[in-house]
Unconditional design. Structure first.
Length: 403
């Protein structure tokens, strides 16, 4: 049967080529769309990690349960102990202490509420590589009275690098404290909402303003995002669970999670449309081919072959075409993916962001395997109904069509 199926495919070159084209186009489209979505999500993930969150954040137990109320009640008093544990975890690239605070930022003409962070400039320079500086420069260890301001906040107060601002905060004891800073840079992160209220100053300056030596969190950056869960498990074994809690970037990245859900729904619809088009195209081509061969099938049955044999032969032929078409589709998809990735696809900013980016098409193993399977299985499924119809044509009528 296999030898006969191959001969029939070679004999029906034009119909086989049409079917091959439909399958290959569908498989290549699935590879390109799947790789495109994966690249967008990977870029968004890494930008989120390297602009704000790091891979892991360590807090004092109870901070999240408190809902952000009374943040000074949940400061880590001994960050040195946390850093000693972080230092022995394999794959850690950097870590940094942060002190969160809220207050008012004034430029002498107006003031706005802010959410700020006291940071360590040198480790944060490694963690925040995806933070875009629109003007000025990053904080340096020598900038004790320097401040970085988010794009939206700077626009609202009409600030630029070199301007002076006053930062008004409450201390741990509830007293009001104020200090003048010089704007060293304006930054943009992945979240427009964050940039509308964010400021960053040196950790020492934040400690002086809030009158505390504790920190809100220790942020950990890893060499590889895929090692996040493994590093988390290791740290959980090193830190007392009754004193500290760990959050991964996935748990903190609401913006990323919402955007990921949006993109996945959109491209799922696109992939379903492509799949339906492939099935309909193959079914239509196979149906025409088998109808034209009704007389041939009638002669085969008159020579003693059963309707089941005719059915199996028709399905086998289409499945073989599906295998060849899927191979061609994978090759075409990979070639176009490499070409598109070399050129790049300019993309507009995602929701709640001001930064556009250049997308590519990632070659994802499970996408390649899935597209190949769709080409083969889809071809076989698309041939079932036409093959069944061809096998059930009355013998007399089939022989009449052979005349």
């Amino acid at each position: 049967m296999l030898r006969l199926a191959l001969r029939n495919i070679i004999r029906q070159r034009m119909r086989a080529m049409l079917t091959l084209a439909a399958i290959a186009l569908g498989v290549a489209s699935l590879i390109l769309s799947g790789g495109f979505v994966d690249d967008i999500l990977v870029q968004l993930r890494e930008t989120t990690i390297h602009s704000q969150l790091g891979h892991l954040q360590i807090y004092k137990v109870g901070q999240f349960a408190s809902g952000g109320h009374n943040p000074f009640d949940y400061l880590i008093d001994d960050p040195d102990a946390v850093e000693k544990a972080v230092a022995v975890v394999p794959g850690v690239a950097a870590w940094s202490r942060r002190l969160r605070f809220s207050g008012l930022l004034s430029n002498g003409r107006g003031e706005l509420p802010i959410l700020g962070e006291g940071i360590e400039p040198e480790p944060e320079a490694r963690i925040g590589t995806a933070l875009t500086l629109l003007s000025g420069r990053r904080l340096a260890p020598a900038d004790k009275f320097g401040i970085l301001i988010g794009e939206g906040l700077a626009g609202a107060l009409k600030l630029k690098a070199g301007d002076s601002v006053d930062l008004v905060l409450s201390t741990v004891d509830g007293a009001t404290n104020t200090l003048q800073f010089s704007v060293v840079g304006i930054f943009r992160s992945v979240s427009k909402e964050y940039d509308a209220r964010a400021v960053r100053i040196q950790l020492n300056a934040a400690s002086d303003l809030t009158a505390t030596k504790g920190v809100s969190s220790v942020v950990v950056l890893l060499d590889d995002t895929r090692a996040t869960d493994r590093a988390r498990a290791t740290l959980l074994g090193l830190l007392p669970e009754n004193r500290f809690e760990l959050k991964t970037w996935q748990e903190l990245a609401d913006f990323y999670n919402n955007t990921k859900a949006l993109y996945q729904r959109q491209f799922l619809v696109l992939q379903i449309i492509i799949l339906v088009m492939v099935l309909l195209s193959v079914a239509n081509t196979v149906n025409m081919t088998l109808y034209e061969r009704t007389g041939e099938f009638g002669i085969m049955r008159a020579l003693g072959l059963s309707p089941g044999y005719v059915f199996n032969l028709a399905v086998l032929e289409t499945t073989l075409i599906g295998v060849v078409g899927a191979v061609i589709g994978v090759a075409v998809g990979v070639a176009f993916a490499l070409l598109i990735s070399a050129i790049g696809i300019p993309m507009p900013p995602p929701p709640n962001s001001e930064s556009g980016f250049t997308a590519a098409v990632t070659l994802v193993p499970w996408v390649l395997a899935g597209a190949f399977a769709v080409g083969v299985v889809g071809s076989a499924v698309a041939s079932l109904l036409p093959a069944r119809r061809a096998a059930r044509v009355p013998l007399v009528e089939a022989l009449r069509m052979a005349i």
